[in-house]
Design a protein around this ligand. Sequence first.
Ligand SMILES: Cc1cc2nc3c(=O)[nH]c(=O)nc-3n(C[C@H](O)[C@H](O)[C@H](O)COP(=O)(O)O)c2cc1C
Length: 195
Amino acid sequence: MDCIKERRSIRKYISKPVDKKLINEILSAAVLAPSAKNRQPWKFIVYSAGSKDELLNAMEKGLIKTKAELSNMPNSEYLLSDAFNTLRIMREAPTVIMVLNTNGSSPFADIDTFARITEICDSLSIGAAIENMLLKATELGLGTLWIANTCYAYNELADFIGTTDLLIGAVALGYADEAPAPRPRKSLDETAEYR
Ligand SMILES: Cc1cc2nc3c(=O)[nH]c(=O)nc-3n(C[C@H](O)[C@H](O)[C@H](O)COP(=O)(O)O)c2cc1C
């Protein structure tokens, strides 16, 4: 409960690298998550230093392309500037862990209802694994940011990683250079009801 309460999305990091032993502890916590039919559909690819720079160069290329493509869409300026801000944070964090669904494929494919339900269950399973990572990192004194803005550079990132698995997102990991106050939460009255 302490880690649940203390965890924050961290968007400023110091440059100190994260020891591989700690990263392995975090990934070991991830894979203890429950998963639909125990499929364990997750894969984690850890990028640090030069490999992270190359990954993020691919992401930047993708964001620039998407920005041009979506320029007429309402709200696209906000969405893309948020994505570029996330990219800046990922550059600052010493480690970025890409999270893949090994049971999924391209988000651009037409899928039937059964496949969609399977994909929802796998996404939920991977979400549980990611939350385990964030909580374990908090326990180890590390900061994290759960990232979905990778979706705006989907093809470039999948090509760079060299995968046809479904890219779920990323987790930025490092030592925090900020201590944000808790972000607001809806009240139980708004979110729960007893019948
Ligand atoms: C699925 C998911 C995707 C997210 N994607 C991003 C992101 O791309 N960039 C970012 O800065 N924050 C991202 N966040 C972090 C949320 O903005 C953050 O969790 C929320 O504002 C609450 O703040 P807290 O985590 O400090 O409690 C994401 C969170 C989740 C769960």
